[in-house]
Design a protein around this ligand. Structure first.
Ligand code: ARG
Length: 268
């Protein structure tokens, strides 16, 4: 996670962002700290990335890359305003001891568009991640990659329209996808939780699940009820300040599915 120390809305690269609307950075930091404390209370380790001045969207750490059980793929951003975040996150991975950080030749916005479900990757395209990177990502990770086409600019990243609940279960907002991708999702996940416009419009689907606890916005109570009815335990958090940049819980969280190899620190 990257603290929103330099968070601001100074440009608009998605329909949520309105540079005229004031942003309370202290409030964003307090909300972010609450989210971090929730992860810690659930027993998850949280590593912190140094935020950099001039990169206000760096708080959305999910976009910094993709870490599968055995590979790391660095992000490459579509918009020039975020371009420097790609190398910043790649350097962070290297600094942590991750080796062989893979790159794509065209833009991919990390876990914003690349969501791991069991042994597959669901890969969004349409607004940010280039479709042609999907084959490269399959090659780099050795995983099956399923292309999903996003059609509504409000849901510009896959993680705004689809959330992963466990290795076989997802929730999604069908209208965010092309008809062909809706068919593909229905065939792959017949038991998915389908989410309507109201819950999707507050980024209700931008959640992080450990397979039981679902950390999600407090602005989608109906979705929280549906998830509870499906056997999950929703834990809600107010991230309203960070929503002004078009991001929520998942956007602020890059999941590290493997630790870096341990370096030999022995003196012998
Ligand atoms: N302002 C950021 C952008 O438009 C928000 C990114 C949100 N992150 C996410 N994983 N959906 O790029």
């Amino acid at each position: 996670m990257t603290p929103p120390t330099h968070f601001a809305v100074t440009y608009a690269i998605n329909p949520w962002m309105h540079p005229g609307v004031p942003v309370d950075t202290d409030r964003a930091l307090a909300q972010w700290n609450t989210l971090r404390d929730i992860y810690l209370s659930l027993g998850h380790a949280v590593l912190t990335v140094d935020p950099q001045p001039g990169l206000p969207d760096m708080v959305y750490a999910a976009n910094g890359g993709l870490v599968t059980e055995n590979t790391v793929v660095a992000a490459q951003f579509t918009h020039p305003q975020r371009a420097a975040e790609g190398p910043a996150y790649a350097d962070w991975f290297t600094g942590q001891g991750y080796r062989d950080v893979g790159h794509t030749t065209l833009p991919n916005e990390g876990e914003g568009d690349l969501l791991v479900v069991g042994d597959r990757i669901l890969a969004g395209t349409g607004f940010r991640t280039h479709r042609d990177t999907h084959a490269e990502i399959a090659h780099l990770t050795g995983m099956e990659v399923i292309t999903l086409e996003l059609v509504d600019p409000v849901f510009y990243h896959l993680d705004t329209a689809l959330g992963v609940l466990d290795d076989d279960t997802i929730a999604y907002h069908p209208a965010a996808f092309s008809p062909a991708s809706q068919d593909a999702l229905a065939a792959l996940f017949p038991d998915a939780v389908l989410v309507g416009a109201e819950d999707a419009a507050v980024l209700g689907l931008n959640f992080v699940s450990d397979g039981l606890h679902v950390v999600m916005t407090d602005a989608a109570p109906d979705l929280a009820l549906s998830l509870a009815a499906a056997g999950f335990r929703p834990i809600t958090v107010d991230l309203s300040e960070l929503l002004k940049g078009g991001g929520g819980v998942k956007c602020c969280t890059l999941e590290l599915r493997h630790a870096p190899p341990v370096t030999d620190r022995s003196d012998h």
